[in-house]
Design a protein around this ligand. Structure first.
Ligand SMILES: Cc1cc2nc3c(=O)[nH]c(=O)nc-3n(C[C@H](O)[C@H](O)[C@H](O)COP(=O)(O)OP(=O)(O)OC[C@H]3O[C@@H](n4cnc5c(N)ncnc54)[C@H](O)[C@@H]3O)c2cc1C
Ligand SMILES: COc1ccc2c(c1)CN(c1nc(C(=O)N(C)c3cc(Cl)c(F)cc3C(=O)O)c(Cl)s1)C2
Length: 455
């Protein structure tokens, strides 16, 4: 019901971008009975093999699962396409490894899912709604958001397709064309940060029997200070390995010999797993991709247009939350549709007014991980703090949820996760200070007693 007299008006919605978030949002809108036309620049990924140059698999955690559950796809993704990861499997430079479980108490885990095994089923599910139409090979090239006007160019025939809509949803990723339009409005805040690290994907193939070459139910990490490597399992028992290094490092490895020497020094155990020839071939076949963080607001233009997902808040991947946060956008937007009975003016304004704090928070958390990454999981103070966190978490699980657990294993708003952490820091510092004063007082007392006793 979105009209004064309480009747329901079917909205004509265009979603720009048929990636992970756009295809999910189309489902949410379809379930509400609106007419959805989804325009995607690329070809239909259901007909093409693995799209190269994008993170091939992703860590799906509770925020993303909650959104998928709303559209009835959580079980399908988890059971058919998800590989559970129970913890981190850290690779030391000498090739030895150790495990840090994600949640030794309740054994919660995260899931590695192939990008196309998420995107395909989301698009496939939309076929079940006759009020959803999908248009591939359509690139948004011009728009007048206030008039609900969009102009697409077909990438094959170069033909121009003009479209009108009641609502335009921009889910067209970090380099969003819809956001470029939204940016033209007054009072729009925009901030982007390109980090010095790039990433390059390598592959650890299945072993000769077609099985995994490493323990499969873990997120494998090779933390090496200035750079790191991370591996997530694929369904075909291969691993997608992502090498994160400053672009200067990538540039300096400009020969096969330099590359092999570098891996022999820093990632010796990975060479037999990847294979020398494959390592050389894959490394020099691609080039490192950039990583960008974008913070902007507001996300809407009146009751006409809204950006979600990476278009609204691209974050660096060092928390595995980008897609999860984009999926969470869809959950929250749907709650607002429910709350305001599909009254767009109220929905879009409240989304812009409330969502930006949480997306800025996760962006800061991911950037913090990037900066701390050098020794995120190896620095003694990190491990000490983690040990303390785990003990108190074990003692008082409802009161003390460590930051990493609340971000990855709860749907507590990201801003609240940070506030909890700040409160925990205060309590810890005060108690350590208190412990400090008590022990020094007791120490001083004993020294004094001994001294007096001596004299
Ligand atoms: C290395 C790396 C690792 C990552 N790991 C994780 C992880 O483990 N967990 C996690 O949750 N997230 C992860 N992410 C983040 C995740 O990939 C993104 O957050 C997610 O893809 C965002 O989805 P989206 O639909 O908003 O944007 P995209 O996936 O970028 O989709 C945008 C879509 O819009 C289309 N498009 C763009 N411009 C136009 C146009 N002008 N006209 C029409 N269509 C257009 C594009 O073709 C694309 O299909 C990672 C990212 C990287 C780079
Ligand atoms: C496909 O490419 C990529 C690239 C990076 C990531 C992912 C997939 C998935 N990522 C996850 N990060 C966390 C996390 O909370 N932290 C603090 C971590 C942060 C870093 Cl940098 C790390 F290496 C491990 C952990 C860890 O704890 O395992 C998860 Cl939980 S999942 C990072």
């Amino acid at each position: 019901a979105n009209l004064e007299n309480g009747t329901f008006k079917k909205l004509d919605v265009v979603v720009v971008g048929g990636g992970l978030v756009g295809s999910l949002e189309a489902l949410f809108l379809a379930k509400r009975g609106h007419r959805v036309r989804l325009y995607e620049y690329r070809e239909d990924i259901r007909n093409t093999p693995q799209a190269r140059g994008r993170s091939i698999n992703l860590a799906l955690s509770i925020r993303g699962r909650t959104a998928l559950r709303e559209v009835g796809l959580e079980d399908h993704m988890i059971n058919n396409h998800g590989i559970p990861m129970k913890g981190r499997n850290i690779h030391r430079i000498d090739g030895s490894t150790y495990i840090i479980p994600y949640d030794s108490r309740t054994k919660q885990c995260i899931y590695s899912v192939g990008r196309n095994y998420l995107n395909g089923p989301l698009l496939q599910e939309s076929e079940r709604y006759e009020n959803v139409e999908r248009f591939f090979n359509h690139k948004l090239i011009a728009s007048n958001l206030r008039k609900g006007f969009l102009s697409f160019q077909k990438t094959d025939t170069k033909e121009i397709v003009e479209v009108n809509a009641d609502l335009i949803i921009g889910a067209d990723g970090a380099f969003s064309a819809v956001r470029k339009e939204i940016m033209k409005q007054p009072l729009f805040d925009y901030n982007q940060k390109c980090i010095e690290h790039g990433y390059l994907e390598l592959c650890i193939p299945p072993d000769s029997n077609g099985g995994f070459q490493m323990p499969p139910n873990y997120l494998h990490i090779w933390p090496r200070g200035e750079f790191m490597m991370i591996a997530l399992p694929n369904q075909d028992c291969s691993w997608t390995v992502t090498l994160f290094m400053p672009f200067t490092h990538f540039k300096s490895l400009d020969s096969e010999d330099k590359l092999l020497k570098f891996f022999e020094k820093y990632f010796p155990d990975s060479i037999p797993l990847i294979g020398k020839q494959k390592l050389i071939a894959d490394y020099f076949a691609g080039s490192a991709s950039p990583l960008i963080a974008i913070k902007c607001r507001p996300y809407n233009v009146e009751d006409k247009a809204l950006i979600i997902g990476d278009a609204a808040h691209a974050v660096v991947p060092f928390y595995g939350q980008g897609m999860n946060a984009g999926f969470e956008d869809c959950t929250i937007l749907n709650q607002l549709f429910q709350k305001h009975h599909d009254d767009l003016a109220k929905i879009l304004k409240e989304f812009s007014d409330t969502r930006w704090e949480d997306t800025f928070a996760i962006s800061d958390l991911a950037m913090y991980n990037y900066i701390e990454m050098r020794d995120l999981v190896t620095r003694p103070s990190y491990l000490l703090r983690k040990a303390i966190d785990d003990v108190i978490f074990w003692l008082m699980p409802k009161v003390w949820i460590p930051l990493y657990n609340s971000v990855t294993f709860s749907t507590i708003p990201y801003t609240q996760c940070i506030k909890n952490r700040q409160w925990q820091d205060k309590v810890l510092n005060r108690s350590l200070l208190f412990l400090g004063t008590v022990t020094s007082a007791v120490g001083a007392f004993y020294v004094y007693k001994k001294f007096v006793g001596l004299s």
